[in-house]
Write a protein that binds this ligand. Structure first.
Ligand SMILES: Cc1cc2nc3c(=O)[nH]c(=O)nc-3n(C[C@H](O)[C@H](O)[C@H](O)COP(=O)(O)OP(=O)(O)OC[C@H]3O[C@@H](n4cnc5c(N)ncnc54)[C@H](O)[C@@H]3O)c2cc1C
Length: 437
């Protein structure tokens, strides 16, 4: 069965509408699991984490089966802003305070190198996903935010991150917007078409020997004589190891895991392709940006000249186009030269937040590893995490992992997360606004 055949997706989760779904390279063949098979590693979730792990395992001759409930890239990986953001929101000093000096430095180094991992894969496998490493901007939305960014730049400099400070004029020239006060530029950042990249990863992994199964939601994990039986509606995989890589779409497959993280929605809108004039005035050099607000706004252009703006969405799934009105209004505040611009697309996806702002790695049972919680910065980091996990599975040496393995910890009052998140979002919005007056 070919996943390009719409009948293959009948009764399955369909790829949600988005700019990326309209402009991506074709799906790769990904027949659902319809038998009991053996593998070295069974991977639950076909996003960047799972697919990158499968690719790097296959490169080392280790056989894995990726079991994806919908299709590769269906989750956040195929819907995100496609921005390579190679340093974490949390600073090196905070990382060291939370993890210890050595582990903190390892985590910082990991995030700094993460965009290079993506670009290396894209180059080696000639993945057609409009990727470039032209830098990533963090514009300051207020003078106080600029002071914070200067401190952040100093810290990342100390660990050799390639970050430079831009003054207001330099930032304005790169953005084509005068609402910011200067900020940071990480020269290793960049952009890509996320769904084409996800499909390219899936294709590369499959060509290297991994088996990728779409429409294969994992319903049960059974421990079976030192191995794992990973059960889907159509079959099962008997494997030495299991990786759960379900991030913001984590369900109840592993008891209690859902309660260790906070899923949140990020919304995006995209204009119609800009006129030559506007194209030359907005992000003229093709930069990508995510600003300094606590509830940050992120923006870029796609390969066909549309302007995209993303930001934190409602807790509930959006009921219709009206839910995106705030972003449509905001884009004209940032770029008043747009005038009465028309919009092509709006869409959303689920990110996965952790309380300590650090991705989590767990191993709650022998042979079962869990990786999740990129806090909205997973395009580069999830790819690099998949690679590190593959190295760990091959060499059985946990020191290759970028973050320590930790006990899964349920978040207190998780049942009230929607209400708490709504209050927190309102509070951050007010603080962001107060800083600009
Ligand atoms: C709108 C949006 C914008 C973003 N923008 C950026 C950005 O510009 N830059 C950046 O760095 N990061 C960004 N992110 C974050 C980034 O996309 C994610 O961190 C990253 O894609 C996570 O990859 P993943 O493979 O871990 O998870 P996902 O891509 O979410 O994949 C998880 C998969 O698990 C599957 N699954 C769940 N349960 C099961 C089950 N029981 N059986 C089988 N499969 C299952 C789901 O179907 C899903 O496909 C954004 C996220 C969103 C939502």
């Amino acid at each position: 069965m070919n996943c390009n055949d719409p009948r293959a997706l009948t009764n399955a989760l369909r790829m949600p509408d988005s700019l990326w779904a309209h402009t991506a390279t074709p799906r790769v063949d990904c027949p659902p699991l319809r038998a009991s098979v053996n593998a070295d590693v069974a991977i639950v979730g076909g996003g960047f984490t799972g697919l990158s792990c499968a690719l790097h395992l296959a490169e080392a001759g280790v056989h894995s089966v990726v079991l994806e409930a919908a299709e590769p890239g269906w989750g956040a990986s195929g819907r995100n802003g496609g921005m390579l953001c190679p340093n974490m929101k949390i600073t090196p000093a905070e990382l060291s305070a939370r993890l210890g000096t050595e582990a903190g430095r390892k985590a910082a180094d990991f995030s700094i190198a993460s965009a290079d991992v993506v670009m290396d894969i894209i180059t080696r496998y000639s993945i057609d996903c409009h990727a470039d490493q032209g830098g990533w901007l963090v514009p300051a939305h207020s003078p106080r935010a600029l002071a914070r960014l200067e401190n952040i730049a100093r810290e990342w400099h100390d660990v050799q991150a390639p970050i430079e400070l831009l003054d207001a004029a330099q930032m304005q020239a790169r953005l084509g917007s005068s609402v910011y006060y200067g900020g940071l530029r990480n020269v290793k950042g960049g952009k890509l078409h996320p769904l084409s990249y996800a499909r390219g990863l899936a294709g590369a992994a499959a060509a290297a020997g991994a088996r990728i199964c779409a429409n294969s939601a994992v319903r049960e994990l059974q421990s079976d004589n030192g191995r794992w039986r990973v059960v889907t509606p159509g079959g099962a995989v008997l494997a030495e190891r299991v990786l759960i890589a379900t991030n913001g779409y984590t369900d109840d497959l592993w008891p209690g895991l859902r309660e260790t993280v906070i899923p949140a929605h990020s919304f995006l809108v995209a204009t119609k392709p800009l006129s030559d004039n506007l194209n030359g005035s907005i992000l003229p050099g093709g930069d990508v940006a995510s600003d300094s607000r606590r509830l940050l706004l992120y923006f870029r252009k796609d390969h066909q000249g549309r302007l995209l703006l993303g930001g934190r969405g409602s807790i509930a799934e959006p009921a219709g186009p009206q839910a995106f009105a705030g972003l449509r209004a905001q884009i004209k505040v940032l770029f008043p030269q747009l005038g009465e611009v028309e919009f092509d697309h709006h869409w959303f996806g689920r990110i996965c937040m952790t309380r300590d702002h650090i991705p989590h790695l767990h191993e709650p049972a022998p042979g079962l590893t869990i990786a999740l919680g990129y806090n909205g910065r997973g395009v580069a980091m999830a790819t690099a995490m998949g690679k590190a996990l593959a190295e760990y599975f091959i060499g059985h040496d946990a020191s290759v992992l970028p973050f320590p393995l930790s006990e899964p910890r349920k978040i207190p009052l998780h049942g009230l997360r929607n209400q708490i998140s709504a209050v927190a979002a309102a509070y951050y919005k007010v603080r962001d606004r107060l800083e600009t007056v």
